[in-house]
Design a protein around this ligand. Structure first.
Ligand code: GLU
Length: 303
């Protein structure tokens, strides 16, 4: 398979969409990002790397971080994790309060904000130095020690994160978080602020692609847990566009409002794409198109 040519052809084909959508501007620090950027990187389980355009420019991974947090929580808590957070698609926006109120503080899944705020709370309870351990885990997965939080983004999000603060308060009211609200929120925003590039993300997600048991920085996942983590990505990775992504692309994946999308083709490759302009659901316009074409051209998807 000539993946390099496929990436180049895909880019030409999605160029007409280059000005569609706009970058996330509800986080002031992200509003400053140049929206006209694009990068893509595919890494096979054999370790071959194919990249195109700005595959080595770092960006805010935002909600993609929730997959790393879930992997750590699954490793620590095992199946008992699902008493704190559900695993059903939400069908609502990533920051919806309504569903959380109706369901009395049990977040629908770990990839909506309420669910990830609960994951942050679990890591705060379980770990001595959660900030450091989280980074150590992500750095081990991508093999790069320089991956870090961007404090400007984290602080900027905290200063304007009224909706996430409301979610955290509602969770606390229902007894769903144990730690101090401010501490939980800041750790959640820090995890979202991690910056990586497409190449680093593709590498990190290989661990979830080849389905062999793994241990990174002391965190272990069995083959069965990796399968389950992929199932949650498949059903819940794109908020209220999870069905659309499944239909068009056919791979487990996760998006973030920084414009990044990661997807996994089990036992074949992981692929990361980044372009900051988002559609109305918060997913990268060019990223969605690129992945749709990738599975069309390669005829490699889980279906
Ligand atoms: N930090 C973002 C928020 O909480 C993450 C959302 C996303 O990437 O989808 O609003």
């Amino acid at each position: 398979m000539d993946y390099q040519k496929i990436l180049e052809d895909i880019y030409q084909e999605i160029l007409p969409y280059a000005k569609e959508g706009k970058q996330a501007d509800y986080i002031p620090a992200l509003a400053k990002v140049d929206p006209d950027q694009f990068g893509m990187c595919l890494e096979t389980v054999e370790g071959e790397v194919y990249e195109y355009m700005q595959a080595e420019t770092r960006f805010s991974i935002q909600s993609i971080t929730k997959v790393f947090a879930l992997a750590m929580c699954l490793s620590i808590k095992g199946e008992s994790l699902w008493k704190r957070v559900g695993k059903e698609p939400s069908g609502t926006a990533f920051n919806s309060l309504v569903q959380l109120e109706i369901e009395k503080g049990l977040p629908r899944n770990p990839f909506i904000n309420a669910g990830a705020i609960v994951l942050a709370d679990i890591l705060l309870t379980e770990l001595d130095d959660p900030e450091e351990e989280f980074l150590t885990f992500v750095r081990a997965l991508c093999g790069n020690e320089t991956v870090d939080y961007n404090m400007e983004v984290a602080v900027s999000e905290r200063e304007t994160g009224y909706l996430n603060a409301a979610i955290a308060n509602l969770l606390k009211y229902h007894g769903a978080i144990e730690n101090d609200i401010e501490r939980v929120l800041m750790f959640y925003f820090k995890m979202c602020s991690v910056e990586m590039n497409c190449r680093e993300l593709a590498k990190a997600f290989l661990a979830f692609t080849n389905y062999s048991p793994f241990e990174y920085a002391g965190y272990k996942l069995s083959r069965s847990r990796i399968k389950r983590l992929n199932a949650v990505m498949q059903t819940c990775g794109f908020y209220d566009e999870a069905g659309e992504f499944s239909y068009l692309v056919g791979l487990p994946g996760k998006s973030g409002v920084g414009g990044g999308i990661i997807a996994v083709c089990p036992l074949r490759y992981s692929v990361a794409v980044w372009s900051p302009r988002l559609n109305s659901k918060g997913n990268s316009v060019m990223g969605m198109k690129a992945l749709e074409l990738l599975t069309t051209y390669t005829e490699e998807s889980i279906f």
